[in-house]
Design a protein around this ligand. Structure first.
Ligand SMILES: N[C@H](CCC[C@H](N)C(=O)O)C(=O)O
Length: 261
């Protein structure tokens, strides 16, 4: 079979996207998804997404996300932003979207060339001596470091991801350095890619909320610099935690292709 796919990237987090509204691929085809994400034997990507028909008639589409290991995973913030851009490219939406992903419903809007993706509310942030842990649609371990540019993200990230209390289920691991004002830099070891990625959307969201929770910023809008580019996170702090959380940044179609599989 020849499969048409689209390659997208959001601040360097890159994805294979398939328009699966006619169910051309089965969601259980882990082997295929891993091969398509393989950077030597396939197209190469941090993850793969299927754009599917909506189950709820108030939705525009359904998002299904797979990590590079081919396994279906939790929410992907950069992937969600890229899928909204793809839906606009296909004409499935104009510039506003409502869609369902594994963590529930998301509202999104394309404005001034950026994709604004609403993330799920976060009611709880666990605070420990060495780090914070929270779930922004995917699980995130957040820790402050000095000398981020030369930090051994791959090895130390892998150790934390596989160690207590995460073990097999794992967590994404974010290493953060304060820049000026309310801007921070982050590098992320991503679960399911099992390596550092240039950016992680749910990770950037987790870092922004963590910086506010640790009072390292008092603003409800935080700029986060990742190796793949800059993302902005806005939110409001309510009695039940963090709400109205938006992950804001670019999403680009890099190329369209066909692959025999
Ligand atoms: N690999 C992550 C999911 C994708 C997260 C990341 N690509 C993002 O943009 O949020 C996990 O298994 O938790």
């Amino acid at each position: 079979m020849t499969l048409t796919f689209y390659k997208y990237q959001g601040t360097g987090n890159d994805f294979v996207i398939i328009d699966n509204r006619e169910s051309i691929v089965s969601k259980n085809n882990t082997k295929l998804f891993a091969r398509l994400c393989d950077r030597k034997f396939g197209i190469g990507a941090d993850g793969l997404m299927l754009l599917e028909l909506p189950e709820d008639d108030k939705d525009d589409f359904t998002m299904v996300y797979f990590n590079a290991d081919g396994n279906e995973s939790s929410m992907c913030g950069n992937g969600g932003r890229c899928l909204v851009a793809f839906a606009a490219f296909l004409g499935v939406i104009e510039n506003k979207a409502i869609f369902t992903a594994i963590d529930g419903k998301h509202h999104a809007e394309i404005k001034d060339g950026l994709v604004y993706l609403q993330m799920q509310n976060v009611s709880e942030i666990e605070k420990y001596d060495s780090h914070l842990f929270l779930d922004t649609g995917s699980p995130h371990h957040v820790t402050m470091v000095e000398g981020l540019a030369s930090f051994d993200v791959e090895n130390i990230g892998r150790e934390i991801r596989n160690g207590a209390p995460y073990f097999d289920l794992g967590s994404n691991v974010n290493f953060v350095e304060k820049r000026n004002g309310n801007s921070f830099a982050v590098r992320t070891y991503e679960r399911g890619v099992e390596d550092e990625t240039l950016s992680c959307g749910t990770g950037v969201t987790a870092v922004a909320l963590s910086m506010h929770a640790m009072q390292l910023t008092d603003k409800e809008q935080v700029c986060i610099q990742t190796p793949g580019g800059e993302l902005k996170v806005t939110f409001t702090k309510g009695e039940n935690g963090y709400e109205n959380i938006f992950l804001i940044g670019p999403a680009e179609q890099v190329f369209k292709g066909e692959i025999k599989c």
